[in-house]
Design a protein around this ligand. Structure first.
Ligand code: GLV
Length: 310
């Protein structure tokens, strides 16, 4: 079996070691050093050069090194007949849960106010707020969104979810779906967490009209994709005081351009797309499991569905 490893801006050494440990004697070809394109069975990719994936005539599957596959399907030349497998890695998901929890506490427990108070040398204890009084909305209840919702529920936060389509198995939270239920979903949320993938349905979904449905004084955390939140509208609503703060890990353009006003906005907290970074060991384990499933004729998980766009 031969596997192409095409990972942009990544130290390949730990990946090669982890994949060798997981898969044993496979032929790992590190892009661009592939002598014979016809031997490649699988491609493990992160931001591959557009056009390259069509050059492997016997490719059986493309495995994303990220939960999102927009870096693959945005390539106009990716081979449409080859299945794409997203990455569900428990460690990556746990890291996103921790990231989210950090900002939930930052906003819910008023920690964001203590920085200012410290500069004024002001010893001002804000009253304790019960987590169950804080209503958190998670948009995108795929495996990662579900892990985030479960984590917050375990700390007694009140959690509701919204997804583009109806979903079974949502017994622990109130679940809303589709365009018609977005109003009801957003209308009572204190902290909105976006974990949605970027699709034609979700692009620009959180713009002025939808953000205004949130109650005055609410917060937003974006770890899905930047293109889902309209940055200009977000700034406008923060300036008006309708929204109180935003923690953003993803942006319409990455790296975030130096002249983007989000950088210096007093109510915006920026991290450079670091929520859910890859850990080669656990990611290689998840990828190898899917390669074994594919070799045994089983369905890999999670398999990209082109109709849904994720
Ligand atoms: C990161 O953004 C990912 O898609 O996993």
């Amino acid at each position: 079996m031969a596997i192409l490893l095409s990972l942009k801006d990544t130290d390949l050494v730990p990946w090669v070691e982890a994949l060798n440990n997981e898969l044993g004697s496979v032929d790992l070809c590190l892009y661009p050093k592939v002598e014979d394109n016809s031997i490649i069975d699988y491609a493990i990719v992160w931001k591959h050069p557009y056009g390259d994936l069509k050059n492997y005539p016997n490719l059986k599957a493309i495995l994303s090194c990220g939960a999102g596959v927009d870096h693959i399907v945005d390539d106009p030349d990716y081979p449409r007949s080859v299945p794409i497998v997203r990455l569900y890695d428990e460690k990556l998901s746990q890291d996103m849960c921790l990231y989210t929890l950090h900002w939930v506490l930052h906003f819910h427990s008023d920690y964001y106010q203590y920085n200012n108070l410290q500069t004024q040398k002001n010893w001002n204890q804000k009253p304790f707020k019960l987590p169950e009084k804080c209503h958190i909305g998670v948009m995108g209840l795929g495996v990662i969104g579900k892990d985030i919702a479960d984590t917050l529920i375990s700390f007694d936060f009140k959690v509701s979810g919204w997804g583009a389509t109806k979903k079974p198995d949502m017994e622990l939270l109130t679940y809303y779906y589709g365009e018609t239920q977005i109003h009801d979903f957003l209308s009572s949320i204190d902290i909105l967490i976006n974990v949605l993938p970027l699709t034609t349905t979700t692009s620009n979904l959180l713009s002025e009209n939808t953000l205004r449905l949130l109650p005055k004084g609410s917060f937003i955390i974006n770890i899905g994709r930047g293109g889902i939140v309209n940055e200009a509208d977000l700034i406008m609503l923060l300036d008006e005081g309708h929204l109180m703060g935003a923690a953003l890990d993803v942006f319409a353009t990455e790296p975030l351009p130096k002249n983007n006003p989000l950088w210096s906005h007093p109510k915006v907290y920026i991290t450079p797309h670091i929520a859910g970074q890859n850990n080669p060991q656990s990611a290689a384990m998840a990828i190898a499991k899917n390669i074994r499933r594919l070799e045994n004729g089983e369905e890999p998980f999670p398999l990209y569905n082109p109709e849904k766009g994720y």
